[in-house]
Design a protein. Structure first.
Ligand code: HEM
Length: 257
């Protein structure tokens, strides 16, 4: 079933650019949304996400060989040897930042911080320990944890870009101290981002079942939507999380023999 694309309320130029890109990609690719499912990520978002992931890991693995050659020397043959990894690494990095910049524009509106996000953060202990079975009812398209990670990556990309240019041009252009400081900032940023990505991969696959398919097929079950993003579920379907939860419980107990 073809679906209409989600519209953001963000202002005109970015909105027009994103809308055009979403429509172009949607007509080249396909998103099938079955009965009982909702459209989560259109083709454009998925292509950007996996391009970001691909170049992130290429930059990471080629970077490891440069950062700790004695430990990660075995990575470098993948890129045609140590010398070639060193040459390729900045290009992978620039491609990563480029695709993430497009994704940042695409997700700017749903990533804006709200009062509901501040409440989510105050409630984080109950969410992490599983004391709260459902996400708070005012959790929208992305929760505060996802937003924090998104903004951390935005910050990381800015750091990579500035320090990466310094390292690329070298001490002759920027001086030894600037290059030394850039090395440290570049690597700290990579380690912080890597730590976050481990958590991200865990939550998007095993941690919150049903999430992974949103970036593969583009659709999620309604149950996933009211469990993890109830305010978004309500916005799209007009139905309440608690009502959907009670109905699902009644249905599952009436299905029991
Ligand atoms: C194999 C690795 C990866 C998997 C399995 C994965 C999976 C996913 C999935 C399923 C979503 C959708 C979440 C939702 O709709 O609520 C998502 C969103 C996202 N991904 Fe990934 N991803 C991976 C790698 C990456 C990398 C390398 C980056 C960036 C460096 C990244 C950045 C993001 C961001 C910013 C979001 C939106 C916010 C969030 O859900 O945290 N992902 N990812």
């Amino acid at each position: 079933m073809a679906t209409s694309l989600p519209r953001t309320g963000a202002s005109s130029a970015i909105d027009r650019f994103d809308d055009k890109a979403r429509h172009t990609f949607e007509s080249a690719g396909k998103t099938t949304v079955y009965r009982g499912e909702l459209l989560r990520h259109p083709v454009y978002t998925r292509v950007l996400h996996w391009s970001v992931a691909l170049f992130f890991f290429l930059a990471l693995f080629s970077g490891f060989g440069i950062y700790l050659p004695w430990l990660f020397r075995w990575f470098t043959p993948i890129f045609g040897g140590g010398q070639l990894s060193r040459i390729m690494h900045p290009y992978f990095g620039v491609a990563f930042v480029f695709f993430f910049a497009l994704q940042a524009l695409n997700w700017l509106q749903p990533m804006l911080w709200t009062d509901a996000d501040s409440r989510w953060i105050r409630n984080i202990k109950k969410i992490v320990t599983g004391e709260e079975k459902l996400e708070p009812p005012d959790t929208g398209f992305f929760n505060a944890g996802q937003k924090l990670q998104f903004w951390e990556i935005v910050g990381g990309c800015i750091v990579y870009l500035i320090t990466g240019i310094v390292l690329w041009a070298g001490a002759k252009t920027f001086g030894r101290i600037t290059v030394a400081v850039s090395y440290v900032l570049h690597d700290i940023s990579a380690l912080i981002m890597l730590g976050g990505i481990f958590v991200h991969i865990y939550l998007s696959t095993i941690g919150e079942p049903g999430t992974f398919q949103s970036m593969i097929r583009g659709a999620v079950s309604e149950a996933w939507a009211w469990t993890f993003h109830p305010a978004w579920y309500k916005q799209v379907t007009g139905r309440d999380q608690q009502q959907a939860y009670e109905e699902a419980r009644r249905q599952s107990s009436s299905n029991k023999p």
